[in-house]
Ligand binder design. Structure first.
Ligand SMILES: [Mg+2]
Length: 275
């Protein structure tokens, strides 16, 4: 039996992008209105493992689809890896495999994009133009002593034509060279959730228990939230089916809803008077 859901008790919401707000590039019906309703209750951060675009590019794209989101309200794995490097090592020299979003966020955080020979770190995100030459250059950097970090390691991601290889497939190519990433910072790694919480508002000093993660994936959204002691709500507008949930051996979401719209409607209903 599920706990009754009262969305008013949370001080922040972390919301996954694909499968919660949009699907196949199209806004999910009712999701924009639901996001607006959540923003009236508490700060919202869109937390995505997609590293291909910058926070700004994602925010522009979401706004064009009707979601009231600013760049500061988007945290993706490109931003997470840039912030993680900055916090742990300061500005560093990076050989990056990825797309423009990853390059933008690394530079914005003060890191320098360099040739393999000069790299202190190899950072890997999704690169839909990955090829043997790039793998060779990564090898050069690693042989030169660079450390390996991945933005995320999602094996695949869904498209209308079926799943396509995710960043995890590229990490796998490098693993085949004999190198294991020292960190994969995207969801379910708590690093991603901490960066998202700190993006909400540094003055609130949020604890994970004050926030609700809303996602469509059990192995990233729900699993990652559980690792931090954060509650998670699963919505069924993305990759997870009720059968998947039934078979899932990991932590259970605190709440399950057909969609973000349904979750918010349920969570805003006036609860029983308590005396
Ligand atoms: Mg998703």
């Amino acid at each position: 039996m599920e706990e009754p859901l009262d969305l008013r008790r949370y001080r922040a919401f972390l919301i996954d992008l694909d499968g919660v707000l949009v699907w196949d590039g199209e806004p999910i019906p009712g999701a924009a209105e639901a996001l607006t309703a959540l923003k009236r209750l508490a700060p919202v951060v869109v937390l995505s493992n997609n590293s291909t675009r910058s926070r700004r590019a994602f925010a522009l794209e979401l706004r064009a689809k009707g979601f009231p989101v600013s760049p500061r309200e988007v945290v993706n794995s490109a931003y997470v890896v840039a912030q993680h490097l900055r916090r742990e090592h300061g500005p560093v020299a990076v050989f990056a495999i990825g797309e423009t979003g990853l390059f933008d966020e690394l530079e914005r955080a003060g890191h320098q994009l360099v040739e393999p020979e000069r790299a202190q770190f190899v950072v890997v995100g999704l690169d839909r133009d990955f090829h043997y030459g790039k793998l060779t250059r990564a090898l050069r950097a690693l042989l030169g002593g660079a450390r390996l970090i991945a933005a995320n390691a999602d094996p695949t991601f869904p498209t209308p034509e079926g799943p396509i290889p995710g960043a995890g497939a590229l990490v796998g190519a490098i693993r085949g060279l004999g190198y294991e990433p020292e960190a994969v910072v995207g969801k379910p790694n708590p690093i991603a959730f901490r960066v998202a919480l700190s993006a909400v508002d540094v003055e609130i000093a949020l604890s994970p228990k004050d926030a609700l993660m809303i996602g469509d994936r059990l192995d990233t959204d729900v699993e990652g939230a559980a690792r931090l002691g954060m509650e998670a709500a699963l919505v069924l507008t993305g990759v997870t089916t009720p059968d998947d949930l039934e078979r899932w051996p990991g932590p259970r979401p605190a709440h399950v809803a057909r969609s973000l719209k349904e979750l918010v409607e349920r969570g805003l209903r006036r609860s029983q008077p308590s005396g």
